[in-house]
Design a protein around this ligand. Structure first.
Ligand code: 5GP
Length: 205
Protein backbone atom coordinates (compact mmCIF):
# COMPACT_ATOMS: atom_id res chain seq x y z
CA UNK A 1 0.00 0.00 0.00
CA UNK A 2 1.25 3.46 -0.79
CA UNK A 3 0.76 6.52 1.38
CA UNK A 4 0.11 4.69 4.66
CA UNK A 5 -1.22 6.93 7.43
CA UNK A 6 -0.84 7.30 11.17
CA UNK A 7 -4.43 7.41 12.42
CA UNK A 8 -5.04 8.59 15.98
CA UNK A 9 -8.32 7.52 17.55
CA UNK A 10 -9.23 9.35 20.72
CA UNK A 11 -12.38 9.87 22.69
CA UNK A 12 -13.67 9.75 26.23
CA UNK A 13 -13.35 6.63 28.31
CA UNK A 14 -16.23 4.29 27.39
CA UNK A 15 -16.93 5.79 23.96
CA UNK A 16 -16.02 2.48 22.33
CA UNK A 17 -12.62 3.13 20.73
CA UNK A 18 -11.51 -0.47 21.28
CA UNK A 19 -14.60 -1.95 19.64
CA UNK A 20 -14.25 0.45 16.72
CA UNK A 21 -10.61 -0.34 15.97
CA UNK A 22 -11.20 -4.10 16.41
CA UNK A 23 -14.03 -3.86 13.87
CA UNK A 24 -11.90 -1.81 11.51
CA UNK A 25 -8.95 -4.20 11.71
CA UNK A 26 -11.09 -7.27 11.14
CA UNK A 27 -12.78 -5.61 8.15
CA UNK A 28 -9.55 -4.29 6.66
CA UNK A 29 -6.14 -5.95 7.19
CA UNK A 30 -4.38 -2.79 5.99
CA UNK A 31 -4.82 -1.33 9.49
CA UNK A 32 -2.71 -2.36 12.47
CA UNK A 33 -2.89 -1.27 16.10
CA UNK A 34 0.18 0.17 17.77
CA UNK A 35 0.39 -1.55 21.17
CA UNK A 36 1.21 0.94 23.93
CA UNK A 37 3.14 0.48 27.16
CA UNK A 38 1.20 1.05 30.40
CA UNK A 39 1.90 0.84 34.12
CA UNK A 40 -1.74 0.02 34.94
CA UNK A 41 -2.70 -3.53 35.85
CA UNK A 42 -4.19 -5.72 33.10
CA UNK A 43 -7.99 -6.10 33.16
CA UNK A 44 -9.40 -9.63 33.25
CA UNK A 45 -9.87 -9.90 29.49
CA UNK A 46 -6.56 -8.30 28.53
CA UNK A 47 -3.39 -9.95 27.25
CA UNK A 48 0.25 -8.82 27.35
CA UNK A 49 1.44 -7.67 23.93
CA UNK A 50 -2.10 -7.58 22.51
CA UNK A 51 -3.83 -4.86 24.51
CA UNK A 52 -0.74 -3.34 26.12
CA UNK A 53 2.80 -4.08 27.18
CA UNK A 54 2.39 -4.04 30.98
CA UNK A 55 5.40 -2.61 32.78
CA UNK A 56 6.28 -1.27 36.24
CA UNK A 57 6.71 2.48 36.71
CA UNK A 58 10.45 1.86 37.07
CA UNK A 59 10.60 0.03 33.74
CA UNK A 60 8.47 2.78 32.17
CA UNK A 61 10.83 5.49 33.47
CA UNK A 62 13.78 3.59 32.00
CA UNK A 63 12.05 3.53 28.60
CA UNK A 64 11.59 7.33 28.86
CA UNK A 65 15.33 7.73 29.56
CA UNK A 66 16.17 5.53 26.60
CA UNK A 67 14.01 7.76 24.34
CA UNK A 68 11.79 4.81 23.44
CA UNK A 69 8.54 6.79 23.30
CA UNK A 70 7.06 8.85 20.47
CA UNK A 71 4.79 10.32 23.18
CA UNK A 72 3.78 9.43 26.71
CA UNK A 73 1.41 10.75 29.37
CA UNK A 74 0.37 10.13 32.91
CA UNK A 75 -3.40 9.67 33.39
CA UNK A 76 -5.46 8.19 36.23
CA UNK A 77 -2.20 7.75 38.22
CA UNK A 78 -0.77 5.51 35.54
CA UNK A 79 1.61 6.08 32.67
CA UNK A 80 0.88 5.28 29.03
CA UNK A 81 3.26 5.59 26.08
CA UNK A 82 3.49 4.99 22.35
CA UNK A 83 6.66 3.13 21.39
CA UNK A 84 8.67 4.49 18.46
CA UNK A 85 9.51 0.86 17.66
CA UNK A 86 5.80 0.01 17.21
CA UNK A 87 5.30 2.93 14.83
CA UNK A 88 8.39 1.91 12.83
CA UNK A 89 7.38 -1.75 12.69
CA UNK A 90 3.91 -0.99 11.32
CA UNK A 91 5.02 1.79 8.95
CA UNK A 92 7.68 -0.55 7.53
CA UNK A 93 5.02 -3.19 6.89
CA UNK A 94 3.22 -0.58 4.75
CA UNK A 95 0.03 -0.64 6.84
CA UNK A 96 -1.91 2.22 8.38
CA UNK A 97 -0.99 2.66 12.05
CA UNK A 98 -3.93 2.93 14.45
CA UNK A 99 -3.26 4.64 17.77
CA UNK A 100 -5.85 4.34 20.54
CA UNK A 101 -4.56 7.13 22.76
CA UNK A 102 -5.92 10.06 24.77
CA UNK A 103 -6.06 13.63 23.40
CA UNK A 104 -2.80 14.94 24.86
CA UNK A 105 -0.87 12.10 23.25
CA UNK A 106 -2.81 12.62 20.04
CA UNK A 107 -1.84 16.26 19.88
CA UNK A 108 1.80 15.38 20.56
CA UNK A 109 1.73 12.82 17.75
CA UNK A 110 0.41 15.55 15.43
CA UNK A 111 3.32 17.78 16.42
CA UNK A 112 5.83 15.02 15.70
CA UNK A 113 4.01 13.74 12.57
CA UNK A 114 1.99 16.57 10.98
CA UNK A 115 0.58 14.14 8.39
CA UNK A 116 -1.10 12.07 11.13
CA UNK A 117 -4.90 11.99 10.96
CA UNK A 118 -6.57 12.81 14.27
CA UNK A 119 -10.09 11.44 14.76
CA UNK A 120 -12.09 12.07 17.92
CA UNK A 121 -15.02 9.76 18.75
CA UNK A 122 -18.02 11.36 20.45
CA UNK A 123 -20.72 9.45 22.36
CA UNK A 124 -24.35 9.84 21.25
CA UNK A 125 -25.05 11.49 24.65
CA UNK A 126 -23.47 11.90 28.10
CA UNK A 127 -26.09 9.54 29.61
CA UNK A 128 -25.12 6.87 27.11
CA UNK A 129 -21.43 7.40 27.89
CA UNK A 130 -21.96 6.94 31.63
CA UNK A 131 -24.04 3.82 30.99
CA UNK A 132 -21.26 2.35 28.81
CA UNK A 133 -18.59 2.97 31.48
CA UNK A 134 -20.81 1.33 34.15
CA UNK A 135 -21.55 -1.62 31.85
CA UNK A 136 -17.83 -2.27 31.37
CA UNK A 137 -17.78 -3.07 35.11
CA UNK A 138 -14.09 -2.36 35.68
CA UNK A 139 -14.66 0.80 37.72
CA UNK A 140 -15.23 1.46 41.41
CA UNK A 141 -17.69 4.31 42.20
CA UNK A 142 -14.68 6.61 42.71
CA UNK A 143 -12.85 5.74 39.48
CA UNK A 144 -16.20 5.91 37.63
CA UNK A 145 -16.68 9.49 38.81
CA UNK A 146 -13.06 10.35 37.90
CA UNK A 147 -13.32 8.84 34.42
CA UNK A 148 -16.72 10.37 33.72
CA UNK A 149 -15.66 13.83 34.96
CA UNK A 150 -12.49 13.72 32.88
CA UNK A 151 -14.47 12.48 29.87
CA UNK A 152 -16.81 15.46 29.98
CA UNK A 153 -13.99 17.96 30.56
CA UNK A 154 -11.85 16.66 27.72
CA UNK A 155 -14.63 16.95 25.11
CA UNK A 156 -13.32 20.50 24.66
CA UNK A 157 -10.11 19.11 23.11
CA UNK A 158 -12.09 17.38 20.36
CA UNK A 159 -12.16 20.82 18.71
CA UNK A 160 -8.41 20.54 18.07
CA UNK A 161 -8.76 17.27 16.18
CA UNK A 162 -9.02 16.93 12.40
CA UNK A 163 -12.30 14.99 12.48
CA UNK A 164 -15.07 14.12 14.94
CA UNK A 165 -17.35 11.10 14.56
CA UNK A 166 -20.39 10.25 16.67
CA UNK A 167 -20.01 6.59 17.58
CA UNK A 168 -23.62 5.47 17.42
CA UNK A 169 -23.02 2.38 15.32
CA UNK A 170 -19.63 0.66 15.50
CA UNK A 171 -19.83 -0.67 11.95
CA UNK A 172 -20.64 2.77 10.49
CA UNK A 173 -17.94 4.45 12.56
CA UNK A 174 -15.32 1.98 11.31
CA UNK A 175 -16.51 2.58 7.74
CA UNK A 176 -16.29 6.36 8.17
CA UNK A 177 -12.71 6.05 9.41
CA UNK A 178 -11.80 4.12 6.26
CA UNK A 179 -13.48 6.82 4.18
CA UNK A 180 -11.60 9.60 5.97
CA UNK A 181 -8.30 7.83 5.42
CA UNK A 182 -9.14 7.25 1.75
CA UNK A 183 -9.87 10.97 1.34
CA UNK A 184 -6.62 11.86 3.14
CA UNK A 185 -4.74 9.66 0.68
CA UNK A 186 -6.16 11.72 -2.20
CA UNK A 187 -4.78 15.06 -0.99
CA UNK A 188 -3.41 16.89 -4.02
CA UNK A 189 -0.17 17.89 -2.28
CA UNK A 190 0.62 14.22 -1.62
CA UNK A 191 -0.14 13.19 -5.19
CA UNK A 192 1.85 15.67 -7.27
CA UNK A 193 3.78 12.74 -8.75
CA UNK A 194 0.55 11.55 -10.44
CA UNK A 195 0.11 14.89 -12.20
CA UNK A 196 3.75 14.94 -13.28
CA UNK A 197 3.56 11.34 -14.53
CA UNK A 198 0.44 12.15 -16.53
CA UNK A 199 2.08 15.24 -18.04
CA UNK A 200 5.07 13.06 -18.89
CA UNK A 201 2.81 10.86 -20.98
CA UNK A 202 2.50 7.93 -18.57
CA UNK A 203 -0.73 6.00 -18.10
CA UNK A 204 -2.04 6.14 -14.53
CA UNK A 205 -4.27 3.08 -14.94
P1 5GP B 1 -7.35 2.41 29.57
O1 5GP B 1 -6.73 2.40 30.93
O2 5GP B 1 -8.86 2.52 29.64
O3 5GP B 1 -6.89 1.26 28.70
O4 5GP B 1 -6.83 3.72 28.82
C1 5GP B 1 -6.98 4.97 29.40
C2 5GP B 1 -6.71 6.03 28.36
O5 5GP B 1 -5.33 6.01 27.97
C3 5GP B 1 -7.49 5.82 27.06
O6 5GP B 1 -8.01 7.07 26.65
C4 5GP B 1 -6.45 5.33 26.08
O7 5GP B 1 -6.79 5.67 24.76
C5 5GP B 1 -5.24 6.08 26.57
N1 5GP B 1 -3.97 5.49 26.12
C6 5GP B 1 -3.67 4.20 25.91
N2 5GP B 1 -2.41 4.06 25.48
C7 5GP B 1 -1.90 5.32 25.37
C8 5GP B 1 -0.65 5.84 24.95
O8 5GP B 1 0.28 5.14 24.57
N3 5GP B 1 -0.49 7.19 24.98
C9 5GP B 1 -1.49 8.02 25.39
N4 5GP B 1 -1.25 9.32 25.34
N5 5GP B 1 -2.68 7.56 25.79
C10 5GP B 1 -2.89 6.22 25.79
Amino acid sequence: MTNAKIVVLSGPSGVGKGTVHSMLRSANPDYELSVSVTTRAPRAEETEGVHYFYRTQEQFDRLIEEGAFAEYVRVYNNSYGTLKSELQRIVQSGKHVLLDIEFEGGLNIKKAFPEAVLIYLLPPSLEELKARIVKRGSETPETLQTRFGKAVAELEYAKLYDYVLVNQDVYLTAQRIEQIVQAEQCRAKDNLHLIESLKGGQKLC
